[in-house]
Design a protein around this ligand. Structure first.
Ligand code: UDP
Length: 482
């Protein structure tokens, strides 16, 4: 007989490596394990995807891709992430609607639409088409629980009235986020960005569910908390379907070869890998402290150095002092640092093949900004971390990592001004590499988490079962399965 068309799932990714990467992996699993046809949609505009890493962000050939046509964004300040993503998805809605209609008319029944959480307005298009909408959250349940508390804080308030959290936030089931770890977006009720966060969060309630890039064993208390809110109909159901992370390319590309070859020449378990993500940058002051901390630790390191985040003052001061203002990030490292650490330290600029680096036998620890993808990659590789969160969700991610359920990171304390000093960095690096008592415990927990992450995707594993449950709902909803 004639083959029935496969049910189709459309995923929509904001133009960020940290969103495209896990969605590409979700796409692969939906195709390979659950029999869907999948289209991963990205935006032609404003691609913040790094040129070097792009090839390894894309899904395998079995996943179709589509690109939403560029829309005019000239009037939106490029440095305001929340406005950029809000406007980009708003202005793309007509194109998105047209694309979804075309897919359902030509490629088979639409089983679900899964925009990432930065495209909250896209949920309206799914509503018009009568397609189930599930948000994909590339962060963790701490973030989602914070959004839920934020909604609670604004429930029943008249339009135009906004409140911020007065202190630490109790996320549920004994999980607390300290006030200083709250993302900046949630702090100032007078800012338009804060108000936009309220609007976005209210749209989350329109979704049929959430897929979150985490696993039960990393956030067991909040998994339970969300089960309860779903049972009471207070919040859409939440599925922990992680870790979804990039697989390394079978052949590293030419650009990546140098640092992998350098790692090959280092002793097993001797190198600390240092990286602060695909977009974020350190302040010049924090860069200096990281450099000094690495130097003072006496340990081997591989550091992905990016241009520091320069304030106007630091820039003019540096230029006045005869420093340079061009695009070479290495020029901003302390005077003589590269010479003094030559042989035991390698600084690469812009990009390293992180998944391969973390799983390399020479790599012993990861000094990280705790972006959630980086965190999950460290979990998968069983590598303990030194947490230097810089903003957005990273303070909360660090809270997860240092908490008793995970316990796979040391978090050196920051000074009053937010900078983590060189002594603290050096001490944490030595604690992990030279295996102090705390360092040993943290390393053991990293190994435990690695095993938990592998178990989560076994046939009876928690993430595999959660994704299976969602897949079945989707097939039933589009009449492909009873
Ligand atoms: N990444 C990489 N090489 C680098 C820097 C980053 O491969 O030199 C990848 C990293 O493996 C991760 C992603 O970029 O998959 C960064 O995502 P994350 O959530 O950690 O941080 P963000 O970039 O969003 O701050």
């Amino acid at each position: 007989g004639s083959e029935r068309p496969r049910p189709h799932v459309v995923l929509l990714a904001s133009p960020l490596a940290s969103h495209v990467i896990p969605l590409a992996e979700l796409a692969r699993r939906l195709v390979e394990h659950h029999g869907f046809a999948v289209t991963l949609v990205t935006f032609a505009n404003l691609s913040l995807l790094p040129a070097h890493g792009l090839s390894s962000c894309l899904p395998p050939a079995a996943v179709s891709t589509a690109v939403l046509p560029a829309v005019d964004m000239d009037d939106v300040p490029a440095d305001n992430m929340i406005q950029v993503f809000t406007q980009l998805s708003r202005r793309s809605l007509p194109n998105l609607g047209a694309l979804l209609r075309r897919i359902s008319a030509t490629a088979g029944p639409l089983a679900a639409f899964v925009p990432d959480i930065f495209c909250s307005e896209a949920v309206l298009v799914a509503g018009e088409l009568g397609v189930p909408a599930y948000f994909f959250l590339p962060s963790n349940l701490n973030w989602l629980a914070l959004e839920r508390c934020f909604l609670e804080l604004h429930r029943g308030l008249p339009p135009g009235e906004y409140h911020s959290f007065p202190g630490d936030v109790e996320l549920g089931e004994g999980v607390t986020v300290r006030h200083r770890d709250l993302p900046a977006l949630f702090r100032d009720p007078n800012s338009p960005d804060f108000q936009q966060v309220v609007v976005n969060a209210r749209r989350y309630l329109l979704a049929d569910g959430f897929l979150v890039n985490t696993l039960d064993e990393m956030e067991p208390a909040l998994v339970e908390a969300f089960k309860l809110t779903a049972e009471h109909g207070a919040f859409p159901p939440v599925f922990a379907t992680g870790p979804l992370i990039r697989r390394p390319e079978p052949e590293p590309d030419v650009h990546d070869r140098d640092c992998l070859e350098w790692l090959d020449r280092q002793p097993v378990g001797s190198v600390v890998y240092v990286s602060f993500g695909s977009i974020g940058a350190l302040s010049l002051e924090q860069t200096t402290e990281v450099a000094a901390g690495l130097e003072d630790s006496g340990q081997r390191f591989l550091w992905v150095v990016r241009m520091p985040n320069l304030t106007f003052e630091s820039k003019t001061a540096a230029v006045a002092a005869g420093g340079n203002d061009d695009g070479d990030p290495l020029a901003w490292l302390p005077e003589g640092f590269l010479q003094r650490t030559a042989g035991r330290g390698l600084a690469v600029t812009e990009w390293a093949p992180q998944v391969r680096v973390l799983s390399h036998p020479a790599t012993a620890a990861f000094v990280s900004h705790c972006g959630w993808n980086s965190t999950l990659e460290s979990v998968q590789a069983g590598v303990p971390m030194v947490a230097l969160p810089q903003g957005i969700d990273q303070g909360m991610n660090a809270t997860v990592l240092e908490g008793k359920e995970v316990g796979m990171a040391l978090r050196p304390p920051a000074r009053e001004d937010g900078i983590v000093a060189r002594e603290e960095i050096a001490a944490a690096v030595k604690e992990l590499l030279l295996e102090g008592e705390k360092g040993r415990a943290v390393r053991r927990r990293a190994g435990d988490m690695q095993q938990a992450a592998a178990r989560a995707w076994l046939p009876e594993g928690s993430s595999r079962r959660a994704l299976e449950e969602v897949a079945t709902k989707w097939k039933v909803a589009c009449g492909m399965e009873k």
